[in-house]
Ligand binder design. Structure first.
Ligand code: PGA
Length: 260
């Protein structure tokens, strides 16, 4: 039987939320997550102003919280930016770095993403490093070259020990928010490729690092994805805003481990 790794399901709220709606969502997710087995980790990455609210409502429960980006700088004259250490002060556990929306709309380079990964680690946060190809790149047969370059830039900046402390999310750009999911087999192929890249850096890290899939994960496709050998969970956008959908995806992680 295949070795079972812990599972991790993290919500990426993106720029959504209002205090009153968040309260309902966070309380429902927290309550639902209490029933999950320990091997399923759950997190939500909220917009920075809502960190205190997430901390107040989630503290002491099963659901961790985090941010969707951090500055590449530790502190200083960088108007509008948020340092990883600031998020850590509000109990954050996770920081998404290199999301394709940041790479596309804010022109974040692979090098910048590597620096942000380092800042997150220094602050004690677990960076969720996102990689993924566009549709044009996939159709040109460039998927491995693109995600390989993205992950290698980050790995080059990290020690083997630090490599074991990251989470990697494979998010094909063409599947994000589009309703198109990579097939479980397509996703597994890229996850296996990423696992091999991690192993080239450190065998121990490759064993430990959670590889999440992201891109239109929904309750009805999550289990099949999570059953794949190298898919350790999901980074969930749209469906993380509805507590029933998000909790159903967490349950899919339980079901996937049961049948694997
Ligand atoms: P989606 O977003 O689930 O809405 O496709 C995933 C993500 O961008 O992290």
């Amino acid at each position: 039987m295949a070795k079972q790794r812990a599972k991790l399901v993290v919500g990426n709220w993106k720029m959504h939320g209002r205090l009153a709606d968040n309260k309902v969502l966070l309380q429902a997710v927290s309550q639902g997550a209490d029933a999950l087995p320990e091997y399923v980790g759950v997190g939500v990455c909220v917009p920075c102003p809502y960190l205190p609210q997430a901390q107040a409502l989630l503290n002491g429960g099963r659901v961790a919280w985090g941010v969707q980006d951090v500055s590449a700088h530790a502190q200083g004259a960088f108007t509008g930016e948020v340092a990883a250490a600031m998020a850590a002060e509000f109990g954050a556990s996770y920081a998404i770095v290199g999301h394709s929306e940041r790479r596309a709309y804010h022109l974040e380079s692979a090098e910048l993403v590597a620096t942000k990964t380092q800042r997150a680690l220094e602050a004690g946060l677990t960076p969720i490093v996102c990689v993924g190809e566009t549709l044009v790149q996939r159709e040109a047969g460039d998927t491995e070259r693109v995600v390989g370059m993205q992950i290698d830039e980050v790995l080059a900046a990290l020690s083997p020990d630090d490599t074991a402390r990251i989470v990697v999310a494979y998010e094909p750009v063409w599947a994000i928010g589009t309703g198109k999911t990579a097939s479980a087999e397509q996703a597994q192929a890229v996850h296996a490729f990423l696992r091999a890249r991690l192993a080239a850096k450190s065998e121990a890290a490759a064993e430990r690092v959670a590889l999440l899939y992201g891109g239109s994960v929904k309750p009805d496709n999550a289990e099949h994805l999570f059953r794949q050998q190298d898919i350790d969970g999901g980074l969930i956008g749209g469906a993380s805003l509805k507590h029933l959908d998000f909790l159903a995806i967490c349950q899919a992680a339980v079901a996937a481990n049961a049948v694997r």
